[in-house]
Design a protein around this ligand. Structure first.
Ligand SMILES: *Cc1c(COP(=O)(O)O)cnc(C)c1O
Length: 231
């Protein structure tokens, strides 16, 4: 593991190379630097290195970090499971939620948004592999759910997100990434008024290049930037 500057440079080079391999423009793809368990001084280093978009998976941890680092020079995305009783905090913390996994949760976000007259952009999390241990809706549920979510004025659907089964080999993730993209294409063809499915949030430290080859527009990268997590 090098310094954050070196790690960032390497990750960005690989992102760009993956995009160019499949004829995509590298600018289409955003890097979310995942800072769960990463201490504040390391995040400050990342900000100094030029990173402007961070991802946290827990609301409580994000509250502490956003209180210290703010939201003016940098943006924060929620990438982990959101409990309904924490929704009241999300508008003060996050610019986008990657991990909406039920209609009830979207309705609660809508309710909080209406109180503030603020719209929250979200991705629907899809459990492509059907793993019992993972959050996310089944591919079959996605279309009817998105139709319901399209009716919520303070929730703006922007895309889909997935987390494939843990695997050593990045190629093992490819079928799941591809399935998310095909699901997106299928739903986009039906066309749901009031939503966009332009974004695909997929790919982490071990498989982001494959995810980009399969159409990712957001990759969520932690350990390849900050080193292995201790917890
Ligand atoms: C932790 C986490 C990541 C980043 O994982 P790395 O393997 O460290 O890159 C990405 N997405 C989600 C949802 C996570 O919880």
């Amino acid at each position: 593991m090098g310094t954050i500057v070196e790690n960032l440079q390497r990750v960005k080079q690989r992102m760009e190379a993956a995009a160019l391999r499949v004829g995509r423009a590298p600018e289409e793809i955003s890097l979310v630097a995942v800072t769960k368990t990463v201490p504040i001084p390391r995040i400050r280093e990342a900000i100094d290195a030029g990173i402007t978009l961070f991802g946290e998976n827990r609301v409580q941890e994000a509250r502490e970090k956003v209180a210290l680092l703010g939201r003016s020079r940098i943006r924060w995305h929620l990438i982990g499971h959101l409990q309904r009783n924490k929704v009241k905090y999300v508008f003060d913390l996050f610019d986008l939620i990657h991990s909406v996994d039920s209609l009830a949760l979207a309705q609660e976000i809508n309710k909080q948004g209406s109180k503030r007259n603020q719209v929250m952009p979200i991705f629907l999390q899809v459990n492509v592999a059907g793993e019992a241990t993972k959050f996310g809706v089944s591919p079959e549920e996605a279309l009817p759910l998105l139709k319901e979510m399209a009716r919520l004025p303070y929730v703006a659907v922007r895309g889909l997100m997935t987390i494939p089964p843990l695997a050593e080999d990045a190629e093992a993730s490819r079928p799941y990434f591809r399935e998310l993209r095909l699901l997106r294409d299928e739903i986009a063809k039906v066309g749901i008024e009031g939503i966009s499915l332009a974004e695909l949030s997929m790919g982490m430290s071990n498989d982001y290049e494959v995810a980009i080859e399969e159409g990712a527009t957001f990759v969520r990268i932690g350990s390849a930037l900050f080193g292995p997590r201790s917890t």
